[in-house]
Design a protein around this ligand. Structure first.
Ligand code: ADP
Ligand code: MG
Length: 925
């Protein structure tokens, strides 16, 4: 029988694996918004989002509500890595009856304890200073917490049943009681004399509490985690193996769906005591466990806790002994009536019995003191039973721990996890083999995780002070972060103003007499129609000014558009040689292409995407204003680019060339999308630079003769603000970035939006934040000080990452030789988000001006229109397009704008411009 009993208390390894799996499932259930309410493992958010980093400094007050006692504690931290906190504490016994009395009286009493403690510990001169004294409140009851300092009591336990507290915010109740102390001053003394408290007024000399702020409420598990984080190493898991059992850990905040917080991590209080309340543990419950459960005040509940909590272990042993005696396997022929009494066998008895490895003398004495008459054999068997029960409790703690470790490892997308685990509680301290079992079993179940167990001392007291200190450190840090990022955050009103300014500059750019001084050039393109889908034919296209020089043949047919293209290199010597040489080379490339494509015998119309600033005077006539992007061929600036190309063709005696149009890449983008969607009358580029074009009414285009129809206007909006009209939104960072470019003061709008600059803006912010000690422990790497080292594509990677891809953020930071903490990564992401959001919003403000103008032009209540978009930033950044569209909706609510990604706008678009030109020319004839 003994063997059978022992076997039933021993759980096979496979079963432990399954249990770990269940625990992990239940954890996910508790974290999910949909299933949280039914979850047995509650996974309560604590709103504690950081562990101590050692810079915490100042005085922190803690008050802890315990069974029959109120503990007060004052902790002084010196910002020295928390190596030597100074502590003073005092324990107050709770007057009888208060635990079941009025809630208000309970909180008044706690406030009086605080007052009394301060009067004794803080000298009047320090207490009267203006310095606020933050207080952390350890309140070990089940609460629905919605902020660090906001928690509604769900239900009392542990013998408390004060009226008028359930459903109330207990932080508020404590703060009110504290404030009352202040207002009432000594006058509150009357309360001290409540007869049933039986206290003398002289016992309390209330101190001033006007400077005490309750800033954090927490559970004791969290405190344990925090104290173990004290000596400079982060501790991200804590386990309390005491009368009850519980665990908390730092979870990825976005997974904690019950809390609003989505970035970084948040400590989650698992409340795992109720694991198994849905029956998942029934098969490992022994008859002894069932008896304990039946006799408890909450049968069927807290099933896990009843297997592992030290409150129950003595009881399990007692029931096992009763059962085995009945089976005549123990205490044969002796009286065991004493065992019938609930609670006679305490955890202390059990621990004393098992911690005694040599011989049975101690066991015998303990059993005899209890009133039993054990034989030598009984002593050995009782010891075996005790070991089995406590060993099982330790093993089950290990299962829970393994589930948490594996969950952390998975959700952090790590192959291996190294983590510190703070442990506290009488089972941990009282059972010599507890740590060994915890360690070895959790290793077996989660071999990918390496936990270092750290003993915690006084978690609820010191830890609570740490929570409070961390909360204040974070709040202070938050203020500085907001100061730095504040200027980048634009309000709706700011954006409306930008929109209005853009509109104003557009009008000025279109006006015949104002054009010269407008920052938005509004260049006519001589493209007066978008495609209607009836265009047909074969066309040649050239694309010069992007990353590559390309020649294409584009077939526009009933079935759709097909293309073939070839990339040609333009050697630096040619780019920087003479214009003749350059255009000769281009003709050579075209001829090579035509030969390869078997097109030499045909004269195809050619569209030329030429992405350099031009003053266009006709569809096929454009004067180069200036070279950029490394080109400097002589004799071209001021010349008609199309003419230069034609002259080269003549020199090469290539007669099969008919250049019909020269266009900007924004126009190509609009046209290529316009072929599939006739509503597409806007082109937008957000790549290295940014620009837009749209269809304007000819009557509004003061710089071109004629009032009939429309013309596409190349806005050149990148230069918006070059006349100073955007100065009010430029931040310190934007000015620094502008000053270090090759064209300071120019393209100011573009420098807030496009790929060439966003990374650099982020870098400038990082430098300032590092200087302010907000990042990288105040130490910037030499690499970070290098211009343009922070690429715009990093923003995409960083903003894409939730908890799962933090590894990629680390990789980027490592590349920059920065040693970043988890919190650094989170803040870095916030910086990137602020910069890219502003870029998208500004782009939206520009577009809003465009669509609203078009709507007014056409006299419409509502405008339905499409935008063709190109550019890697728009296409690859994870949030840019969403933010752009959302903001545009807000700024132009009367326009329904849809966006189409352009595919090869410069090739396809050039062909379509040529096609539309041929079509409309044909119609005109
Ligand atoms: P261009 O504007 O010269 O035609 P692109 O449209 O390809 O070229 O844009 C290139 C720019 O896009 C680069 O300057 C870079 O800043 C930016 N970029 C490249 N990759 C990414 C990315 N993954 N996310 C955001 N921006 C990117
Ligand atoms: Mg491009």
């Amino acid at each position: 029988q003994i063997q059978r009993a022992l076997r039933s208390l021993c759980i096979p390894l496979e079963r432990l694996h399954i249990m770990k799996g269940h625990m992990m499932q239940d954890m996910c259930k508790g974290l999910s918004r949909q299933t949280h309410s039914q979850a047995k493992v509650r996974m309560l958010p604590t709103y504690i989002c950081s562990t101590p980093n050692g810079t915490e400094k100042g005085n922190f007050l803690v008050v802890e509500l315990c069974q029959n006692q109120v503990r007060t504690l004052l902790v002084t931290l010196y910002g020295d890595g928390n190596m030597s906190p100074q502590m003073m504490y005092k324990i107050f016994d709770m007057p009888e009856g208060i635990m079941q009395g009025e809630g208000e009286a309970l909180f008044d009493f706690i406030a009086q304890c605080v007052s009394q403690f301060l009067a004794e510990t803080i000298s009047p001169d320090t207490s009267s200073s203006e310095e606020r004294l933050p207080l952390g409140f350890v309140f070990p009851f089940s609460c629905r917490q919605t902020q660090l300092d906001k928690a509604e009591l769900l239900s009392w336990s542990k013998g408390f049943s004060c009226s008028g507290v359930v459903g109330k915010d207990v932080v508020q109740m404590l703060q009110s009681a504290i404030n009352k102390q202040e207002v009432g001053g000594n006058g509150a003394g009357g309360r001290w004399l409540s007869p049933w408290w039986g206290w003398k007024s002289s016992q309390f000399a209330p101190g001033q509490l006007s400077h005490v702020d309750v800033v954090a409420l927490m559970n004791d598990t969290v405190g344990t985690m925090m104290t173990c984080s004290m000596e400079g190493r982060p501790c991200e898991v804590a386990m309390v193996a005491d009368k009850g059992s519980n665990c908390c850990f730092m979870a990825e905040a976005y997974l904690v769906e019950m809390a609003e917080e989505t970035s970084g991590r948040m400590c989650v209080n698992t409340e795992w005591g109720c694991f198994g309340d849905d029956g998942t543990l029934n098969d490992i419950f022994t008859p002894y466990d069932e008896s304990v459960d039946e006799e408890s005040s909450n049968p069927g509940e807290k099933r896990f806790e009843k297997l592992v909590g030290s409150l129950y272990l003595g009881e399990i042993v007692r029931h096992a002994l009763i059962a085995l005696t009945a089976e005549k396997a123990l205490f044969t022929g002796t009286d065991i009536a004493v065992l019938k009494e609930k609670g006679v066998f305490t955890i202390q008895h059990v621990l004393d019995i098992i911690n005694n490895e040599d011989g049975t003398t101690v066991v015998k004495r303990i059993l005899e003191v209890l009133g039993l008459q054990p034989s030598e054999r009984d002593c050995g068997r009782v010891q075996q039973i005790c070991r089995a029960v406590v060993g099982r409790a330790a093993t089950l703690h290990a299962v829970g721990l393994a589930a948490i470790l594996s969950y952390m490892c998975q959700t952090r997308d790590m192959e291996t996890l190294m983590v510190n685990v703070g442990v506290e509680g009488e089972l941990y301290t009282g059972y010599s083999r507890f740590e060994e079992i915890l360690q070895s079993v959790s290793r077996l179940l989660s071999p990918e995780c390496m936990a270092t167990l750290l003993p915690s001392r006084d978690g609820s007291g010191r830890g609570a002070a740490m929570v409070t200190a961390v909360a204040l450190r974070l709040a202070a840090q938050r203020r500085v972060v907001n100061e730095v990022l504040g200027p980048l955050r634009l309000t709706h009103a700011d954006l409306e103003k930008v929109q209005a300014l853009m509109r104003q500059e557009m009008e000025r750019g279109l006006g015949k007499h104002t054009n010269a001084t407008a920052s938005v050039r509004m260049l006519p393109t001589y493209v007066s129609h978008t495609p209607d889908g009836t265009e047909r034919g074969d066309f040649l296209a050239l694309d010069l000014g992007g990353t590559n020089f390309r020649v294409l043949v584009v077939r526009v047919a009933e079935e759709g558009i097909t293309m073939a293209s070839e990339i040609y290199v333009i050697p630096a010597a040619i780019m920087q040689g003479t214009g003749e040489r350059l255009f000769d080379h281009i003709i050579d490339c075209i001829m090579d292409f035509q030969t390869k494509q078997n097109l030499m015998t045909q004269t195809l119309p050619l569209g030329f995407t030429f992405s350099f600033p031009c003053q266009q005077v006709g569809l096929d006539k454009a004067l180069l204003l200036t070279w950029t992007k490394g080109f400097s061929a002589s004799g071209c600036v001021g010349q008609d680019v199309v003419q230069l190309l034609r002259e080269a063709a003549q020199r090469k005696q290539h007669s099969g060339l008919r250049v019909v149009a020269l266009l900007n890449d924004t126009v190509g983008t609009m046209m290529s999308c316009g072929y599939d969607d006739p509503k597409c009358e806007i082109g937008l580029i957000v790549g290295t630079g940014t620009n837009a074009c749209y269809m304007e009414e000819m009557r509004n285009v003061g710089t071109v003769e004629g009032d009939q129809g429309r013309m596409c206007i190349n806005m050149e909006w990148g230069a918006f603000g070059d006349n100073g009209c955007l100065d009010h939104i430029f931040t310190h960072f934007d000015r620094v970035v502008d000053e270090t470019t090759i064209n300071p003061g120019k393209q100011r709008f573009e420098k807030l939006i496009s790929g060439m600059y966003l990374g650099e803006i982020v870098r400038q912010i990082l430098l300032v934040m590092t200087e302010k000690q907000l990042l990288f422990q105040g130490r910037p790497s030499p690499k970070l000080q290098t211009r343009n080292i922070f690429q715009t594509k990093f923003l995409s990677t960083i903003e894409l990452s939730n908890g799962l891809a933090l590894r990629q953020i680390r990789a980027i930071l490592n590349e920059l030789e920065l040693d970043a903490s988890f919190e650094d990564s989170v803040l870095l992401r916030e910086v990137c988000q602020a910069v890219s959001l502003r870029a998208a919003q500004l782009c939206a403000a520009g577009l809003a001006a465009v669509v609203e103008k078009m709507r007014e032009n056409r006299g419409l209540e509502r405008l339905s229109i499409s935008v063709g978009v190109d550019g890697t930033l728009y296409k690859l950044h994870p949030c840019f397009s969403h933010n752009l569209q959302k903001t545009l909706k807000e700024l132009a609510p009367n326009c329904d704008v849809s966006f189409h990604l352009s595919e090869d706008g410069s090739g396809k678009g050039a062909a379509l411009v040529a096609a539309v030109a041929s079509r409309t020319a044909g119609a005109g004839q």
